[in-house]
Design a protein around this ligand. Structure first.
Ligand SMILES: [Zn+2]
Length: 100
């Protein structure tokens, strides 16, 4: 299998069928604040409470790429994940995302 360059609707349904999404206050990873977190063993994606809808969409795409890579046996690559997230966000919404 190859790392997915983008995610189509079937890819997303396949990921969501194995993944729970939850919103949590004070989300952090090893003590560092973060907007989103994919916990692979738990098949869980957490989103920081209080983000705008645009932020949630962007962070969700990012974490779904992480989960897709994990489910397909790939290690996390943050730079590559950011690039794919930016590309898919732009494709879906017609503009670049800017995290405020
Ligand atoms: Zn990431």
């Amino acid at each position: 299998m190859k790392r997915k360059k983008t995610l189509n609707l079937k890819d997303i349904i396949d990921i969501l069928a194995e993944t729970d999404i939850k919103t949590v206050p004070d989300l952090n990873h090893d003590g560092d604040d973060c907007y989103g977190l994919a916990e692979y063993d738990a098949r869980l994606v957490s989103l920081q409470e209080g983000m705008s809808i645009q932020q949630r969409k962007y962070v969700l795409i990012h974490e779904l790429f992480h989960m897709s890579d994990y489910l397909r046996g790939f290690d996390t690559d943050e730079e590559d994940t950011d690039e794919r997230t930016n590309n898919l966000y732009r494709k879906l919404y017609g503009c670049d995302f800017e995290m405020m």
